[in-house]
Ligand binder design. Structure first.
Ligand code: G1P
Ligand code: ZN
Length: 542
């Protein structure tokens, strides 16, 4: 075996977005593309010499080949050891846990999350730091800077490692441990929740459906829900990870998980339904006849977390991404704990979690988690829901109705305009940005604006500032946010987040889109959506 230094030209656009570097799979498959970015990561983190890493992905097309390349590059760059999930599979939260459990220097996650997979679809690579969380902005900037001037990378010409069985191998002096993808994560979950209470729930005939969407959580969900907790065999659907996720979008929302929604809305539907995404960090929660919005889910989990042994002593604080609804803030206020509003993207929760300021965090985009890892965690959210339901012994719909009766309801929806020409999307943002100062006091469609700004986050732990994080329009009893997606791989996506508060004594059972229609119309007119985009209706409403 020998180590080779190969010359390359820098590639354009190796700038990590909201969650790592995401591109079309064919872009990643260009000779040297993956290699250039991986070498940039090693260099931005002070080199790989003597270091230990975790490596795995969501099983999408190109996962297995990329793992072999990264192993050979880690060996050539002098790494001491790499822990790889069997068959190359590791969910994102499991990777975060393994980094922390084994005190490694970081980890590589191969995934484009909820984006479709396949040679014509998407691929991605994310580096997580030693705390188990996504590389902070300063580090992703450093990776990008290096990728722009890189001239060579190092790679071993050793053989591929057999990933199909758990064993230990050596590659140019580097130790490779192919490990069980599920076991350590499963043990972590067992330590957080009251598994006996959940077991008793299922033993009493409680019916659950979990849709793994042919993505990475299948093996985890089978082991935990069916084999350990006793959910009926077959409760976990689409449990075998496939390279193209069966041709679907592994995105757990009512649109892409429509089969699950249909099951849950049927008159003889199960008691509880959930789904997770490509890499297992997102979650969708439903009950018989009811969908729980991610913003509400975060609030309900925060309000009832003490049901689980891990949170029995209460929460230090709660954090939510800026576009997420204020429902969690209301719970934090009632509990007398701190509430934080951070920019979109899990990396912004890391400092607060590390500093012990928050215990639970969440995003409107179906991400929720706690300080047990430094990523969002789909199965964790499902288990906490089950733990709460096992304690309270009431249907999801009733739990939600009681929550709203106490705190009020934040009607909430996100409207996405996808694959827009970048200039058009930017024109919407620029046009609105120009108006911000003149908006307070104005009335549009019967709604009065009270404040408007562009969100900048001042990290209370490290003092850093992240500006340009979305435009916020505050109305009396309502809020709208506009921002451009940082995860797309085609054109630009404009996200419009709508939120309207209905106090405890109000009507909480209105049709969601109807309740938000006046706000939606006001924002469409202020942002000149039709004039600038040439259309009014969004592509996806969640
Ligand atoms: C989206 C979500 C965001 C999430 C990210 C990664 O990012 O909006 O909350 O953290 O995916 O899963 P966006 O495309 O909006 O930048
Ligand atoms: Zn994901």
């Amino acid at each position: 075996m020998a180590i080779h230094t190969k010359s390359i030209q820098p590639f354009e656009g190796q700038k990590p977005g909201t969650s790592g570097l995401r591109k079309k799979t064919r872009v990643f498959m260009q000779p040297g593309f993956l290699e250039a970015f991986v070498q940039s990561i090693f260099e931005a983190t002070g080199g790989a010499e003597g270091k230990t890493y975790v490596l795995g992905g969501d099983g999408r097309f190109f996962n297995a080949a990329a793992i072999q390349t990264i192993l050979k590059m880690a060996a050539a760059n002098g790494a001491a050891c790499v822990l790889v999930g069997q068959n190359g599979l590791l969910s994102t939260p499991a990777t975060s846990h393994l980094i922390r459990l084994n005190q490694t220097d970081g980890g590589f996650i191969l995934s484009a999350s909820h984006n479709p997979g396949g040679i014509e679809e998407d691929f991605g690579l994310k580096f997580n730091a030693a705390n188990g969380g996504p590389a902070p902005e300063a580090l992703t900037e450093a990776m990008y800077a290096i990728s722009q001037t890189i001239t060579s990378y190092k790679i071993s010409d050793g053989p591929d490692i057999d990933l199909s069985r758990q064993h230990e191998a050596s590659l140019d002096g580097m130790r490779v441990q192919v490990i069980d993808s599920v076991a350590d994560y499963h043990a972590l979950m067992r330590g957080l929740f009251d598994f006996d209470a959940i077991r008793a729930l299922f033993a009493g005939g409680y019916r659950m459906v979990f849709d793994a969407m042919h993505a990475v959580t299948g093996p985890y969900a089978k082991a935990i829900f069916e084999d350990d907790l006793g959910a009926a065999p077959g409760s976990v659907r689409n449990a075998v990870p496939l390279e193209d996720f069966g041709g679907g979008h592994p995105d757990p929302n009512p649109i892409w998980a429509s089969e699950l929604m249909a099951t849950m809305m049927a008159s003889d539907g199960p008691d509880f339904g959930a789904a997770s995404d490509g890499d297992g960090d997102r979650n969708m929660i439903t009950g018989k006849g009811v969908f729980v919005s991610p913003s509400d889910s975060l609030a309900v989990l925060a309000a009832n977390a003490t049901a689980a042994p891990a949170y029995a002593k209460g929460l230090a604080g709660v954090a939510r991404s800026m576009p997420t609804s204020a429902a969690a803030d209301r719970v934090a206020e009632a509990l007398g704990i701190e509430a934080f509003e951070t920019p979109t993207g899990w990396k912004f929760f890391g400092n607060l979690l590390d500093a012990g300021r928050v215990t639970i965090c969440g995003e409107e985009s179906a991400g929720t988690s706690s300080d047990h890892v430094r990523e969002k965690d789909g199965l964790w959210a499902v288990l906490l829901w089950l733990n709460i339901l096992a304690e309270q012994k009431k249907p999801v719909a009733q739990l939600l109705a009681e929550h709203w009766a106490r705190y009020g309801r934040d009607y909430y929806s996100r409207h996405d305009y996808e694959a827009l020409p970048t200039e058009k999307a930017q024109a919407v943002m620029a046009g609105l940005r120009d108006q911000l100062a003149s908006l307070p006091g104005r009335s549009v469609g019967g709604l009065t604006l009270t404040a408007a700004d562009e969100f900048a986050y001042h990290d209370p732990i490290d003092g850093s500032t992240s500006s340009g994080q979305g435009l916020r329009l505050y109305f009396e009893g309502a809020r709208a946010v506009l921002r451009l997606s940082g995860t797309g791989t085609q054109g630009a996506t404009l996200r419009l987040y709508l939120e309207r508060y209905e106090p405890p004594e109000g009507d909480h059972q209105r049709d969601l889109q109807a309740a938000l229609a006046p706000l939606r119309d006001a924002v469409r007119s202020l942002a000149r959506i039709e004039a600038l985009l040439g259309r009014v209706e969004p592509d996806v409403i969640t």
